[in-house]
Design a protein around this ligand. Structure first.
Ligand code: SF4
Length: 198
């Protein structure tokens, strides 16, 4: 299956109540053969209006961070745990996350990226399926199911808390080093395994 075919399959999704309040379903955007798949939490106002992920200020910072490691937006794929915006940008409910996460897992299966970079606590905890603070796991590769996860601070957090900008830039450099290394995903594991590569 291609991303286009999968998009056609879920474009009218009503698996949770957000299907009724969204303006546009925000499927994801970027390179279908990307080595990196970035995952945020959920679309915000502008994403909902345009049907594209990371189009606001946080998206601009993400583009800048990519440029610093020699990448363009068109080199990577960007998606969210939720495809539809929670009203007033409230936190997603557990039911919404459970309903929508299979869509993201299908995208990962289709793209087969070298690494899935979760952005922020919420996306990281959802994909790791552990209530672990991002400060403990950021910029470390972790095996989950049959793919590798490399958590990072969310660019929006770095916009609101200036001190995060430096560490986020450093972690993008670690991501670049990680991608240049020859680490290959391991076969399916039952539990998330911390590899502590750096
Ligand atoms: S948030 Fe996900 S599960 Fe809920 S309606 Fe949108 S696409 Fe479907």
């Amino acid at each position: 299956m291609t991303l286009k075919e999968f998009h056609a399959e879920i474009k009218d999704c009503q698996k949770c109540s957000l299907g009724r309040s969204r303006t546009n379903l925000v499927f994801g955007a970027g390179n279908e053969k990307a080595d990196i798949l970035f995952v945020g939490e959920a679309p915000g106002y502008y994403e909902d209006q345009r049907g594209e992920p990371f189009v606001g200020a946080a998206g601009k910072l993400l583009t800048e961070l990519l440029t610093k490691i020699g990448l363009k937006r068109s080199d990577v794929y960007i998606a969210n745990i939720l495809k539809c915006r929670p009203p007033e940008n409230r936190d997603p409910s557990r039911e919404e996350v459970e309903a929508c996460t299979p869509h993201l897992l299908k995208q990962i299966e289709i793209i087969k990226p070298k690494v899935v970079c979760t952005l922020g606590n919420s996306a990281t905890q959802t994909i790791l399926d552990k209530r672990v603070p991002i400060t403990k796991v950021k910029a470390k590769a972790t095996q989950v199911k049959d793919f590798l996860v490399f958590p990072l601070y969310h660019p929006a957090a770095a916009l609101h808390q200036g001190w995060m900008r430096g560490p986020l830039e450093e972690d993008f450099q670690k991501l670049k080093e990680f991608l240049a290394s020859e680490v290959k995903p391991k076969p399916l594991l039952k539990e998330a395994e911390q590899l502590d590569l750096f």
